[in-house]
Ligand binder design. Sequence first.
Ligand SMILES: NC(=O)c1ccc[n+]([C@@H]2O[C@H](COP(=O)([O-])OP(=O)(O)OC[C@H]3O[C@@H](n4cnc5c(N)ncnc54)[C@H](O)[C@@H]3O)[C@@H](O)[C@H]2O)c1
Length: 332
Amino acid sequence: MKERVKVVVTGAAGQISYSLIPRLVDGHTFGDKIVDLELVEIPQVVEKLEGLVMELEDSNFPNMGNVNYTSDFEKAAKDADWFLLVGSIPRGIVYNGKKIEERADLLQINGGIFVGQGKAIGEHGKPNAKILVVGNPANTNALIGRHAANNESQLWMAMTMLDSSRAQSVLSKKLNTGISDISKMIIWGNHSPTMYPDFENMDCNGQSGKDLIDDMDWINGEFLPTVQQRGKAVIDSRGASSATSAAKAALDTVVACENPTASGDCFSAAVMTDGSYGLPDGIICGMPLRTLADGSVEIVSGIELSDFAKEKILISTNELLEERAAVMELLQ
Ligand SMILES: NC(=O)c1ccc[n+]([C@@H]2O[C@H](COP(=O)([O-])OP(=O)(O)OC[C@H]3O[C@@H](n4cnc5c(N)ncnc54)[C@H](O)[C@@H]3O)[C@@H](O)[C@H]2O)c1
């Protein structure tokens, strides 16, 4: 009998999910395992998921198990192994009669959603469940969800893999090399324009970025702004936020957690700080991670940070502290 994995996806009728969900059952992300899906949406939208389920059935994915759709998150959470929390209220939408423009309002509304979802995950998810928050503001949503879950054996992450992929892409062009030659691409801090893509510790065929790139004008004038502002550039061009690349990054994060990390390598996601690298306590911060043979995920130690890197990371962790202060009442 094949192993089964149960995956909950919120925001299942949204743009990212349309690219993400089929690839959860295509035999790549979870290998041979049979994937049971719980697709979650808000009540106003949930019926749309019937069409998506029809499409999934019509695609004849051999690894697809049971597929349900619901607006009852608590029910969906029962014994789930993975939670891909994509659903959130975007900036600019009218919510309860008010147009949501301010980051503070966005933090409050989405934060509120993550209290309920976090509690349900803590109570009903598997003890070793992994949770990837994609919906923005991802780090602070994850902080709120993790606090509400109050379950130390589960792993809460906020997605920074898309930032890491973007940085790899820009560096591979600069170094005129293939994308797969670039590894150890660490994103420090917040999933926001303050995040710091660590070009110095990146590895390209055994050489570090620090040794390969001796052009701080390019780093400051091109590399950092391109990676940090890429989300906005996509929105400006497409009129909608990154969807297919965000879906690919979520899948890459799952794959990175499901398989042991190669020796010397690491992958990027934001997790709870643990005192390493002098980062402030109590924030969900982008860091280098690795997956061990037993499936557990740990923070990689021993990465050297230059003064330049420390300065940039401080800007991002200060932003995370400000976000935390704005939602403090959700963390009591
Ligand atoms: N971390 C990243 O790298 C990254 C990258 C791109 C986008 N994002 C974020 O991902 C989120 C989703 O993006 P999208 O383009 O798919 O948006 P979208 O608006 O197309 O879809 C979001 C969906 O979430 C649903 N939703 C809202 N609240 C929900 C709740 N409480 N439970 C279940 N579903 C709920 C909405 O009904 C909607 O269908 C946004 O917050 C976006 O900013 C993050």
